[in-house]
Write a protein that binds this ligand. Structure first.
Ligand SMILES: Nc1ncnc2c1ncn2[C@@H]1O[C@H](COP(=O)(O)OP(=O)(O)O)[C@@H](O)[C@H]1O
Ligand SMILES: [Mg+2]
Length: 227
């Protein structure tokens, strides 16, 4: 079997609140294969965002390991972890998290600047992505001058900028109306195929979940495969 892109083993995450230990993730095991499109569903408060943050190296687990292309996050220092996240992972959130002072173009270019891409290559890449997600005509607009759907398109372009192996999306359409959500879902499906990138999508939308390769449910701190 080929090496998974992203993997976690016996992952646990507890929060301490008011002196009390609150287990949110108890024992989570997951393998995400190259190009696989995975949905994670679960009740509000079941720990989906916590899981995505730990998988993305934004938060550390209480127990267990996260491996990205066989590399353990816990064995990397902060610099190395930052580099791996820049190169191998992309993130999309419910609220776009774009930088308000920067244009759509500059927002998508940011991970490439951080990754040290030369300007000509960077410009070509940003143009291609903005065109592909259908917001090239809004290139110079700041996030405040974009619609909700356009902002998420820019956020998706940014997440794909460095040609990551895996994009993690936390309720990417949770803030959109039905029509816009459906368009974004279709776009995510197309992009996953075109870019051969793995997608891990936390969603409440059953229609979206069913359209992906596999659906996992997070319940009682454990993740199981539904289909
Ligand atoms: N930083 C934190 N400190 C303490 N508790 C937290 C923290 N983040 C999340 N939680 C708790 O962990 C549980 C899971 O939260 P979350 O991962 O956001 O769930 P979901 O994304 O599935 O709605 C909730 O009960 C939440 O209150
Ligand atoms: Mg959440």
């Amino acid at each position: 079997m080929s090496e998974p892109i992203l993997e976690c083993r016996d992952l646990a995450k507890h929060y301490v609140e008011g002196g009390r230990d609150v287990p949110v993730l108890k024992q989570v095991n997951l393998r995400v294969e190259a190009g696989e499109r995975l949905a994670i569903v679960g009740a509000s408060g079941s720990g989906k965002s916590t899981l995505l943050n730990v998988l993305g190296g934004l938060d550390t687990p209480t127990q267990g390991e996260v491996l990205i292309k066989g590399q353990r996050f816990s064995q990397l220092n902060d610099n190395q972890r930052g580099r791996v996240r820049n190169r191998s992972l992309g993130f999309v959130y419910q609220f776009h998290h774009l930088l308000p002072e920067f244009s759509a173009f500059e927002n998508v270019a940011m991970p490439l600047r951080i990754g040290g891409w030369p300007e000509a290559k960077r410009t070509a890449r940003v143009k291609l992505l903005l065109e592909r997600v259908g917001v090239d005509h809004r290139s110079d607009h700041k996030p405040s001058a974009l619609s909700g759907g356009e902002r998420q398109r820019v956020a998706i372009a940014r997440a794909l900028a460095t040609q990551p192996d895996c994009v993690l999306l936390d309720e990417p359409t949770g803030n959109l109306d039905k029509h816009n959500a459906a368009n974004i879902h279709a776009l995510i499906n197309e992009l996953a195929t075109e870019f051969h990138t793995s997608f891990v999508v936390v969603t409440h939308d059953e229609h979206m979940a069913r359209a992906l390769d596999r659906v996992c449910v997070l319940e009682d701190g454990m993740l199981s495969t539904l289909s």
